[in-house]
Design a binder for this molecule. Structure first.
Ligand code: ZN
Length: 240
């Protein structure tokens, strides 16, 4: 079974299409989206439509919940809030309904999928401290969990001695006796210094993070037309 995993599309249609084309060529059996379809970018409606039709599983992110009133807009920084308020006006009612009913966590035979953290998944925590990382890995009922949210790909590994190893997510080989928390990065707003869209391929005992080029300037042009915040437009060029 070959599974594609995407996250944090953020209404960036060009990036989403580039990733879906790349996944087509990978011949994945299943596709899972870890949430944040909307927010920041200029094309929320078509991105929701495309993600819903292209994926087998979609879970909710904090921006999706912000768009439908399930998370207060007070929890977002100013630029994120401005972009979400713009999005709320734009998103068609039936697509808002679709966002409102997304599950928070998904479990398959051998792994979990959640937007932010497996512990308290609707609190939308970021993993800043080693103790947070250990607590999440300890509580996991399965050895593997895929997350998004920070837009920074990384793999946290809990080894048999209860030590945390931090690995790049580029090529992770899963070993028995270890637990893994793997961040798959962001399709539509990468923050790891690489502006290309990120997506993951999970197959048996291995996860690979891949990148797809897309027309960043075209998305920026569309964001300018809609007067979305300048910082959100500029950061796409540098992947930060
Ligand atoms: Zn996000």
């Amino acid at each position: 079974m070959k599974i594609g995993i995407i996250s944090d599309i953020h209404a960036n249609l060009e990036a989403l299409e580039a990733v879906l084309n790349a996944l087509d060529k990978e011949n994945v059996d299943r596709l899972i989206c870890l949430g944040d379809i909307v927010g920041y970018g200029p094309d929320p409606n078509v991105c929701i439509d495309k993600v819903m039709s292209a994926t087998d599983v979609v879970i909710a992110g904090n921006h999706d919940h912000g768009a439908v009133g399930l998370t207060s807009l007070e929890h977002f920084n100013e630029n994120a809030r401005l972009a979400l308020e713009w999005s709320i006006d734009k998103i068609e009612p039936h697509l808002l309904d679709a966002l409102a009913t997304l599950p928070i966590i998904h479990e398959e035979n051998e792994f979990l999928a959640v937007h932010a953290t497996p512990n308290e998944p609707t609190q939308w925590h970021y993993l800043f401290s080693e103790s947070q990382i250990v607590n999440n890995l300890d509580a996991m009922t399965l050895p593997l969990c895929f997350v998004g949210h920070s837009h920074v790909p990384v793999a946290f590994v809990l080894d048999p001695d209860h030590d945390i190893l931090v690995q790049e997510a580029t090529d992770v080989r899963f070993q028995s006796g270890r637990k893994y928390l793997v961040n798959v990065g962001s399709v539509g707003q990468p923050r790891d210094g690489d502006p290309r869209a990120a997506y993951g391929i999970y197959e048996e005992d291995r996860f690979c993070l891949k990148r797809a080029d897309y027309d960043v300037a075209l998305v920026q042009k569309r964001m300018r037309i809609h007067h979305l915040p300048a910082h959100l437009i500029e950061r796409l060029s540098i992947g930060q």
